[in-house]
Design a protein around this ligand. Structure first.
Ligand code: SAM
Length: 291
């Protein structure tokens, strides 16, 4: 059996899924679609990520860099947080596993050069070191505290070019109410327009949201087993993207599920449970406590 390659930072990932983190298939597809569509449309600009952990999402962002474009990542990595609440968050979720050198070695397993790395609280980016309007895509996935996320959204807004896109993680998780508050506040008072919602991430723009939605709808997601829905939230049209839930899983959510399973012959019940289990596994359910 071939031995696993390791560095001082740990095992070298062979595939992107080997990198620990919280970036899953559905958002990977949404990121890739939006970034590729920008490139195809001749839109260029830098990419910024706030909160990279061990590089799982950063590696994908790096895949989309075109000549002349730059990826900047900002993370505390193994530095101290600036306040007690953030320090507690770091201890609970990241300290045991996260080092800057592990991020670097994971990133370099897939790309020839490191991105620009800012090892500091994301609040340092408010000093204007990211040139205004220089980015086409910003991924916000750092602290989950309301005050920090509000600041991160302001940094993203200044960094983004006119029709640039922001993706915000954990906008609806039970354990991250501060993110929800900051995101919807930006929508209702800060001009942020929702474009797309997935179970994990909010996507929006301060530019042409209708154009971004058209870009998404140009793909036949349903043919690829995704579900696309449209909603209106206080006058904002928004798309929702998830995996399609097929007939057996709909049973899971209905009150009649248990009865149905009880009434089915044992062989059919086992088969139905197998399908349900597979669908649950595909649904990118994040363990808690989490990111
Ligand atoms: C959820 S993880 C990022 C996950 C990563 N994007 C992925 O897809 O796997 C959050 C990251 O934010 C970082 N972080 C937390 N608070 C921060 C702060 N105030 N400033 C900068 N980074 C912070 C943590 O060190 C951690 O690496």
């Amino acid at each position: 059996m071939p031995s696993e390659e390791t560095t001082a930072a740990g095992p070298v990932p062979r595939k992107r899924d080997d990198i620990p983190g919280w970036f899953f298939g559905l958002d990977r597809a949404a990121f890739s679609h939006l970034l590729s569509a920008q490139t195809a449309a001749g839109v260029s600009g830098n990419i910024l990520e706030l909160g990279s952990y061990l590089g799982r999402s950063a590696v994908l962002l790096g895949d989309h860099l075109q000549p002349g474009e730059r990826l900047t990542v900002c993370d505390l990595f193994d530095s101290e947080a600036a306040d007690a609440e953030n320090a507690a968050e770091m201890t609970m979720s990241y300290r045991k596993t996260l080092t800057r050198s592990a991020f670097e070695s994971n990133y370099l397993a897939f790309h020839a050069e490191l991105p620009e790395i800012v090892q500091a609280p994301t609040s340092v980016l408010a000093d204007g070191r990211i040139p205004a309007g220089s980015c086409r895509f910003v991924h916000v996935d750092a602290s989950h505290l309301y005050e920090h996320v509000s600041g991160d959204i302001l940094v993203a807004r200044a960094a983004l070019a006119e029709d640039g896109l922001i993706s915000l993680d954990d906008y609806r998780s039970e354990h991250t109410p501060g993110v929800s508050a900051a995101v919807w506040e930006a929508v209702f008072t800060g001009g942020l327009q929702p474009v797309l919602l997935t179970p994990m991430k909010f996507y929006g723009t301060w530019g042409d949201a209708a154009a971004a939605r058209r870009t998404l709808l140009a793909r036949d997601w349903r043919a690829e087993d995704y579900a696309v829905d449209e909603d209106t939230i206080a006058g904002h049209q928004v798309l929702r993207l998830n995996y399609q839930v097929k007939a057996p899983a709909q049973l899971q959510r209905s009150a009649s599920r248990r009865i149905a399973l009880d009434l089915l012959p044992p062989v059919a019940t086992r088969a139905t449970r197998r399908v349900l289990r597979t669908l649950r596994e595909r649904r990118d359910v994040r363990p808690t406590p989490s990111s």
